[in-house]
Each structure stands twice: as C-alpha cells, then as structure tokens.
Design a protein around this ligand. Structure first.
Ligand code: IVH
Length: 673
C-alpha cells in the first residue's frame, strides 16, 4: 500500500515538475534545466504510467503527444459570444473611435492599451476546477468546434492552473498561431515529403487545429497568446491587470502590450509597429487599441458584432519590391492573351508571390515595366498581387520593352486586337490552350462537375488527339483511357462513370459549361428558365434574347455568335447525340417572386441537407445570386457548420446571417422532398 502511495506521489510530483519546466521553457523562454534532465523526468513519468495505466490522466504531460484521432469535431456553444473587432485603416479613424468612446463616457479620463493583433486562429479555453475542460474555436461566434484534444498538444498552453483548484470556472481567450520559423521548417518538411506547402502561417495554424489526429498536431509548431479573461475577473480592474493575472496563471501573453494615456499616443504606437513587426517571428496584421478600465469597458458594452471598447488598426497593404524575371503570355479559354510577370519570389502579406498579372498591353505601357526591372508589388487582403510601379532608379541599361506577340504563343495563329478594345485575342477555336481551357471549364465544379478530369488529364487527352472539344468527352472508351500514361483501369472506369452521370445535369449547368462569353452561372440560369430547351434557345434571335430581363445586347450578341458558329453547333450536336440533357426539367420555369429573388447570397461552411453546390443551385433557381466572397453588396450570408472567413467577414460588415434551417425555409423545402 505504502509503495503504491509513494508512487502516486512521485507521479504527481513528476507532473508538477514537468509542467513547471514546460512553463519556464515555452512561456517564459527561460529554461532552468538541460534538455536531457527534462527528458529524464518525462521518461520516468511515462514509465510509471505504462506500469500503472490506472494513474494516467488526460491532462498528463505525457499526453501532449496527442490522444486518439477523432471522427469530427463536436460543436460547442460559447457561454459568451466571441465577437470580432471593427477595423480601421487610418489615424483619423482611430481618433473618430476615441470621440465615440468619449461621447459615451463624458468628462471621464480614458486610458488605452495598445497590443499586437495576432494573425492566427482565435480560441476560447474553459478550465473547471483548475483543469483544462474544453477548448473551442471561434466558429460562427456563437458556436465553435471542440478542439480540446488538439489544443492539449500545444505545449505553451497549460492544462492545469496551479492554485486554481476549487475555483469553479475560468475562461480565457486568445489566439493560436504558428511562428514564421516553425512555419518554414514545416513547409520544408512537407515539400520533401511531397505534400503541398501551406500558403502562410495562418493557414498552417488553422489547418493544424483542424487535423483529426492530435498526434499529428503535436508535431506542428503551434504557439498561443491570450488576451482576455471572459466575464472579467473580479480581482482585476483593468485590462493590463487581467493580462498580468493570466501571465501569473501560466498563460503565454504577448510581451508587447503597453498602456497609452490617450489616443494620440496610441496612434503613434500603431504607426511605429508597422515597422517593428518585421522583427517578430510571427505575423501580426494590425494593432488592437482597447479601453484599459474594465469597468468602463462594461459600460461601453458591445453591438451585436463587436465591442465598443476596442478597435483594430490594420496595417496598410504591404508593398514590397522584387525583380521581374520574365513576362509571359497566358492564353485563356476565351482566347484572351494575358501578360503575366514572373517574379523573383517574395514574401508579402503572409504568402510567397511569384507571379503577378499585368492585365494587358495598355497596363504594361502605363507602368512601362520591362524584364529585369525592380518593381513594387502590393497585396491587400485577398486580392491577387499587382505590380504598382517600376522603380526606375534601379533600372540598369536599356531593357527591352515588352510587346504583345503578333501570334498566339500556344497555336501560332495571328492574334487580333479590335479597335477600342484593350484585350488581344487568339481567334483560333482549335488553339490547344483554348481547347484545354474550354474542356476544363466544361468539367469544372460549377458546370458539369466531372470529377477526375483534371488539368493533367485534359492535357493528355488533347495531346493524344482523343478529344478536340467537350463533345468528344462522351465518345471516350475504356481502352482509349487505359492506354494513357498513369491511367489505371479503375481510374478509367471511374471517369467513364462520372461522365455518364454528368449527362443528367440540369440545363443551366450544361449552358454554363459551354463556355459562351459573358454566360456565367447566373446568365445560364436565366436562359434555362426562359427557354424549355437548347433547340428553342438556338433558334432565338438576338432581339428575342435581348428582350429577356437581365440579358443585355452584349450578352445577346455573344450567345448568337456562339450558336451561329458551325464548330460550336457540331460540339453541341455531339453532346445531344451522347444523351446529355438538353431540356429544362418540368416545373423549373422562371419564378418571379421568391424570398430570395434578387438577393446576393454567400455560403459559408458545410450543410447537412445539401452539398454547397446544391445549395448554390437552389438559391440561383429561386432567383438569387451566389457570390463567392462577402462584400458590402452581399445581402445574406448562409452559415453552415465550420464556417470560415466569409462568416467573420459577414459579421464584420454587418451582413445579415441565417442558418441552414432558415435557408431551407426560404427555399421552400417542398421542392426537395
Ligand atoms: S480582443 C471582441 N485582442 O482579432 C473580440 N483580439 O476581429 C475581442 N485578435 O476574433 C478580441 N489579436 O481572433 C483581441 N490582441 C488581440 C487580438 C485579437 C488578434 C483577433 C481575435 C478576434 C479578432 C477580432
């Protein structure tokens, strides 16, 4: 009995020691023992736990290596919603925020705190009786994913709060992130393993937290900083004191949180940090300015989406310089030639950039960009990087000007630039680059959705002359496919089954897949609602078409010209012969008034009753538009499970959000059952 008791005590002692040294190492960055000594403690504990499995606890330091993989993440409701901060981009906006605060707190002194805005994944941790109980992601702000098992593997996050036994509940919030150095190491490893590297540390952190296997998470270099005790801690009066309290409890907190006596000082600090952040080993995308007094915070309160006591200052879009190695020309599926600058790779706003579009000849002339030039490129938010200026002082010698080629780089046919148009085009419908582009578009998710027909395969099919247009896809036979390099019998079979299945896609999808200029998913839907089938559409005049609501003369002319071309007519005949659906389903006539008519809708997350594509189709059918990104023009955001940045953006912009059940209601679920 006595031996058992001793051993129990030793296990407890080892755990205590390991936690203490974890904290010294991972949080304070001031280790007190050598790695070897630490490893010996760990080995001893692991040995005892192996011999006495009844003593193993889920929060033992030995379990940092990760528990069993999960099927999915449980959804957990936040006790207090996780809001987001309003963004500002200039000193003036910060001063306006200060004025709003003062208006609500007349004649009071307001002190601010300035701290880095970490570019990671927000997380809320609840401790019960001093033990980590649950770790939840932000999710949609109301509900998030239970990622406790994964969070336990992050060594700087305490799983026990010493001295907090008996304190019933503590909830803290902060940001999990991946340091740049760790991110680079991880990507090097991934590259040598043949895995796709992560785009930036934020994506890598998000991806890591969503791994199903905590054992794998344990190998990811994740860190965290905490910045909020939920519900306020009665023992502290200010945000700075709350930070100190969290530090004392063993949470990692940013070392760069400082008070500012007034907004002018806070503004100065924000501006300084735009430079200083380059010295950090992690990404920050701005600064946060918060009212220091928790009591004042309380009185200021929050709106539905963000607190009135804090504001984010976002750094201006980062501009960096790099060198243009080459200017190449890409040919799109519509024959448009786009010049693209091939750049010396640079890291800008969180990812490595090695190409930037130069749009067209006019833009190249405006910038006067030439091969070998040093250029400034800019990337704001999620936008494709663009070249903003040429640094002429760095130009050496007299580099040659770029000229659009006179012949298509893909097929060698002469290209055309019509008077008054900025685009240069290849008008050869058989141009291999266009042929490939059209086939890829036809098979793409939003059109015929033929899985397994990727770029590499399309290239092979066109090169082997098995396919000259999308109509030929349906004439492919097993032996043709199996003869291709890297194509097994099983893949061939799957592809044929996918093609067979695609014949039943609704008319709108088929129309979209044809690749008629200006006919995207929305116009295709309008056409499918306006004509019972392809035949009727083909015999409509330009005038008939232009008379349709939402279809203007440019689209009408484009449709007529497409259908008037003998080659296109031939491809269409092939589709028809193969049995591809050419008729509108009964009852899918254009509806004029539904709850979604005319609304621009964004989908975020996954849905239980439909795939995202099905949800999008249903919305379009009900007269709505589906957009892939949230902007001020978005009317409605439908939020499913595990919603992403679109949902946060919607909350940020104050866009109305609804859940799946509400969407089903608006769609009138009858149609599906
Ligand atoms: S305070 C009401 N402080 O930015 C939300 N947030 O848009 C209070 N973030 O979701 C958040 N660093 O994920 C706060 N020092 C910091 C932050 C920070 C990053 C994130 C957080 C939040 C988002 C706000």
């Amino acid at each position: 009995m006595g031996a058992k008791k001793n051993m129990r005590a030793r296990v407890a002692e080892l755990r205590e020691l390991i936690r203490l040294h974890d904290r010294k190492y991972y949080v304070d960055h001031a280790p007190e023992i050598a790695d070897g000594e630490y490893d010996a403690l760990m080995a001893e504990l692991a040995g005892l736990e192996r011999e006495h499995p009844e003593l193993v606890t889920s929060d033992s330091p030995t379990r940092r290596g990760g528990g069993a993989p999960t099927e999915g993440f449980r959804t957990v409701e936040h006790a207090v919603p996780m809001l987001s901060l309003d963004n500002t981009y200039s000193p003036e906006e910060l001063l306006a925020f200060d004025a709003r605060v003062k208006k609500r707190l007349p004649d009071e002194l307001v002190e601010y705190v300035v701290e880095p805005k970490l570019d990671g994944i927000s997380i809320s941790l609840r401790y019960v009786d001093g033990r980590l109980d649950v770790a939840v992601t932000r999710g949609d702000g109301t509900r998030g994913d239970d990622v406790t098992a994964n969070i336990r593997t992050v060594r700087s996050i305490p799983t026990r709060l010493p001295g907090r036994r008996g304190v019933s509940e503590v909830e803290v919030r902060g940001e999990v992130f991946m340091p740049r150095s760790g991110f680079e190491r991880l990507n090097r490893r991934r590259e040598s393993d043949g895995a796709t590297p992560f785009v930036n540390p934020r994506n890598a952190a998000a991806g890591s937290l969503k791994l199903r296997d905590p054992g794998e998470v344990a190998g990811r270099p994740l860190e965290a900083f905490f910045y909020q005790i939920v519900g306020g801690a009665s023992r502290v009066a200010t945000h700075l004191e709350a930070i100190e309290l969290m530090r004392a409890m063993g949470f990692p907190v940013s070392p760069d949180i400082t008070p500012a006596p007034h907004m002018e000082a806070a503004v100065e600090r924000c501006l300084e940090w735009d430079e200083r952040r380059r010295g950090l080993d992690y990404d920050i995308d701005g600064m946060v300015v918060k009212v220091n007094s928790l009591e004042q915070q309380e009185r200021l309160g929050s709106t539905a989406k963000s607190p009135r006591w804090g504001i984010a200052y976002k750094f201006p879009a980062e501009a960096v310089r790099t060198v243009v190695r080459d200017i190449v020309v890409q040919v799109g599926r519509t024959g448009r030639l786009t010049p693209v600058a091939i750049l010396e790779p640079v890291f800008v706003s969180g990812s490595t950039v090695s190409r930037a579009t130069l749009h067209n000849q006019d833009e190249i002339e405006r910038l006067d960009v030439r091969v070998g030039d040093t250029v400034a490129i800019e990337k704001g938010g999620e936008v494709i990087p663009k070249v903003t200026e040429v640094v002429k002082s760095k130009r050496r010698g007299r580099p040659r000007r770029f000229r659009m080629p006179l012949r298509c780089p893909a097929c060698g046919e002469p290209v055309v630039r019509s008077p008054g148009e900025v685009d240069t085009r290849c008008e050869n419908v058989s141009c291999p680059e266009q042929v490939r582009g059209r086939i890829r578009h036809f098979a793409s998710r939003g059109a015929m959705d033929v899985r397994g027909l990727g770029s590499a395969l399309v290239r092979q099919l066109v090169a082997e002359e098995l396919v000259g247009d999308y109509g030929d896809l349906y004439e492919l036979r097993g032996p043709d496919l199996v003869a291709l390099e890297r194509m097994g019998e099983k893949s061939a079979e799957n592809l044929l089954a996918e093609l067979e299945e695609s014949k039943r896609r609704p008319l709108a999808r088929v129309l979209h897949g044809l690749g008629i200029r200006h006919v995207g998913a929305r116009v295709a839907q309008v056409l499918a609602e306006s004509f019972p089938g392809m035949r009727e559409l083909a015999s409509a005049s330009e005038g008939d078409l232009a008379a349709i609501d939402e279809i203007g003369p440019v689209i009408a002319a484009s449709i007529r010209s497409f259908l008037g071309s003998p080659r296109n007519a031939e491809a269409l005949r092939k589709l028809e012969r193969a049995g591809v659906n050419m008729r509108r389903e009964p009852g899918r006539r254009r509806k004029t008034k539904t709850a979604l008519a005319g609304l621009t809708v964004v989908l975020s997350g996954t849905f239980a009753h439909r795939t995202r594509q099905e949800a999008a189709d249903a919305i379009v059918e009900a007269g709505g538009r589906v957009s892939s990104s949230v902007s001020s023009k978005t009317d409605l955001a439908v939020v499913g499970r595990n919603p992403g940045s679109k949902h946060s953006k919607a909350l940020e912009l104050g866009v109305k959000t609804i859940d799946e059940a509400e969407l089903e209601r608006l769609l009138g679920t009858r149609e599906r059952h």
